[in-house]
Ligand binder design. Structure first.
Ligand code: UT7
Length: 330
């Protein structure tokens, strides 16, 4: 039995943050951001009192509606996020409650920008076990809540969004074929949030020192991201004998256009085989992969060879090979 993605939903807030607006906030410009990162706009959740679950709920409701699935049928909901509504309880519990999902267990996975892939792997194994039949995987991040808009090195990168997929069993050939996931905790030095956890709870000093925002050593992260995401993706192709021309889609984490291009180059594939929407959304952390699948859904056909690839905080990285299971036009 294989696990298949049977539907996709997504949500990005209406409000846009443009490069010109950023240039009025910090010393930067459109030319630098486009050439170094490749982002034109990001969506920002400005609604007061709402967090990642607000976006996750909308993505979940859409995928339930598109797949004609009742909330009562869901066995489990996994939410990947680094910006949970609260430290506890899990944002997954809040999304389930808001979406009327009452017969499921739900929990969060924190694996940085690889969170959606880690969660999809977990959901696939639940499905393959035969015990669970309908599992929702959500990637939801309100990155604007931990972005320092006085730090020009990080503030152009991130945006807010959520995406959700329904995972179900199938006896056919299509579905999740393989995955390779890895992490290296040494990477925590280069990408983390300094305060707000149990090591350094919030104080007036931590707030004054901007320690509740993303801390990133961009160049170090960049080098790791390029080599790990490209290596794991090419390893997956070699392992399954996928020639570059046989790959229908690479769905890479959208952190930096240059990282995406380097990964595609190493895999020997063309740009038109790669889902890229970083220009519109920026890096939405756990939401980048489902947001790509959502935007490309109409072009996806049963049997399409797809590799999902990520790199993120932890460090965490990985690739998944799947064969798409349905005609996205229908
Ligand atoms: O999703 C999680 C994983 N995260 C990633 O994959 C991110 C990986 N890192 C990156 O994408 C890139 O390292 C960044 C986009 C963060 C930065 O790009 P970079 O090409 O590595 O720039 P840099 O940090 O080496 O900075 C180059 C120059 C510096 O000036 P000097 O020292 O050469 O005079 C920076 O101060 O660019 C300057 N700079 C800026 N200039 C204009 C840094 N940020 C900006 C800015 N506007 N926003």
């Amino acid at each position: 039995m294989k696990a298949v993605i049977s539907g996709v939903g997504a949500y990005a807030p209406e409000d846009l943050l443009t490069n010109d607006e950023l240039a009025r906030m910090v010393e930067t410009n459109d030319e630098w951001i486009m050439s170094r990162i490749g982002i034109k706009t990001r969506h920002i959740l400005k609604k007061k009192g709402e967090g990642s679950s607000y976006m996750g709920e909308k993505a979940v409701k859409e995928v339930l509606e598109k797949t004609n699935t009742s909330p009562n049928e869901i066995d489990a909901l996994i939410c990947a996020t680094v910006t949970p509504d609260h430290v506890f309880p899990a944002t997954a519990n809040i999304i389930s409650d808001k979406a009327g999902i009452k017969n499921a267990f739900s929990f969060d996975i924190n694996a940085g920008c690889s969170g959606f892939l880690y969660s999809l792997e977990t959901a696939s194994k639940f499905i393959e076990s035969g015990k669970y039949h309908k599992v929702l995987v959500v990637g939801a991040d309100k990155m604007s809540s931990i972005t320092d808009y006085t730090d020009r090195a990080t503030c152009p990168i991130f945006g807010d969004a959520a995406g959700a997929v329904l995972v179900e069993p199938s006896n056919g050939e299509n579905g999740v074929i393989d995955s390779m996931l890895q992490s290296d905790g040494l990477g925590r030095m280069h990408l983390h949030q300094k305060a707000g956890g149990s090591v350094k709870p919030a104080t007036h000093e931590t707030v004054d020192a901007h320690e509740h925002y993303i801390y990133q050593e961009g160049q170090a992260v960049f080098k790791w991201a390029v080599s790990k995401m490209a290596d794991v993706s090419t390893d997956m192709m070699k392992k399954h004998g996928i020639a570059p021309e046989d790959l229908d889609w690479l769905v890479p984490h959208q952190a930096n256009m240059r990282i995406i291009e380097a990964t595609a180059k190493r895999m020997g594939i063309n740009r038109d085989q790669v889902m890229i929407n970083i220009q519109k959304y920026g890096n939405t952390t756990a939401a980048t992969l489902p947001l790509c699948l959502y935007e490309w859904e109409e072009r996806l056909k049963p049997g399409d060879n797809i590799i999902l690839a990520t790199f993120g905080a932890g460090f965490t990285w990985g690739a998944m090979y799947l064969k798409w299971a349905y005609n996205g036009k229908e």
